[in-house]
Design a protein around this ligand. Structure first.
Ligand SMILES: [Zn+2]
Length: 295
């Protein structure tokens, strides 16, 4: 069993190589710099990401390239550990890739959740972070990762769940807090109103026209924690640049990229606290480890 000191430990569960950097590079860098051990689970190899030929030099597959980009980001951010679940990227909703037998969407939720439970029991993080229930913008892999992580968060402390793992010397372990990375949908609504000026259709955004801004604003979640990332912005930007193949051509940045930059310029990552439940009270945390007891 891994020997763990009595320190702060955080586990982040994402779907694709780049989710960690585009969504929360600032938070990761900040916590690592404060001495927290930050671990990442990435569920797929990002096989379906579209990549300009220039980036493929030296790589046989898109997955190989994207995992190399992920390890660049992991090093830049100073992650303490990276677990790859190795599923195939399911692609955007409604595409052929959803049904590929190796895709994350084809795997059983119990299986995915069991693998996350195993990592929680091994690393014993006090804080677990994943996507919001809509996966941020509706990507099917993000939604599976959300569902599987919520199930694992509930299972890890229960000796009756995945009991076989306990024969390997693992102990049940209940993390103290669960957060969903989310973002203020009001900023997206604002952008939708500006879109006619750019001649763009808010229901067909993104490189492949498969991101629906109106749908995104229909799935809104409360923000309970705001993590200021201004002091680590340079490091966060370096991590994002590791994923060069996913940054688009950038000869003429699209509206989606402009919106991302708008979010990044706020220098704050935002989270909903799922556990302990908030129950309608006003919660404004500045630190995901607030009230955590070190164990
Ligand atoms: Zn993703």
């Amino acid at each position: 069993m891994v020997e763990l000191s009595k320190n702060k430990r955080m586990l982040i569960v994402t779907a694709h190589p780049d989710d960690e950097s585009f969504a929360m590079a600032g938070s990761i860098a900040r916590y690592v710099n404060e001495g927290v051990s930050v671990y990442l689970i990435c569920a797929t190899n990002g096989d379906v990401g579209e990549v300009a030929p220039v980036f493929m030099e030296g790589f046989d597959t898109v997955a190989e390239l994207r995992l190399a980009e992920l390890s660049c980001a992991a090093e830049t951010l100073g992650l303490s550990g990276l677990t790859l679940l190795g599923y195939r990227d399911s692609g955007m909703a409604g595409t052929e890739d959803n049904r590929h037998p190796d895709s994350l969407c084809s795997a059983s939720l119990d299986e995915v959740s069991g693998r996350i439970t195993h990592v929680i029991r091994e690393l014993r993080p006090q804080v677990v972070v994943t996507f919001d229930p809509y996966g941020g913008y509706g990507h099917p892999d993000h939604i599976v990762v959300h569902d599987a992580t919520v199930q694992a968060f509930d299972a890890a402390g229960d000796p009756d769940q995945y009991p076989d793992q306990l024969n390997d010397g693992l102990l049940p372990y209940q993390p103290q807090k669960l957060y969903y990375h989310t973002f203020d949908r009001r900023l997206v609504s604002l952008t939708i109103n500006l879109m006619p000026l750019f001649g763009t259709d808010p229901e067909r955004m993104g490189k492949n026209g498969d991101i629906n801004f109106r749908e995104i604003t229909a799935h809104s979640y409360p923000i309970h924690a705001r993590i200021n990332t201004r002091m680590v912005e340079e490091q966060a930007q370096q991590a994002r640049e590791c994923h060069a193949s996913q940054l688009g051509g950038l000869t003429r940045p699209g509206l989606l990229q402009r919106l991302m930059v708008l979010f990044q310029n706020q220098h704050v990552d935002t989270y909903m606290r799922a556990y302990p439940p908030v129950n309608g009270s006003r919660v404004r945390e500045r630190d995901l480890f607030e009230d955590v007891v070190l164990n």
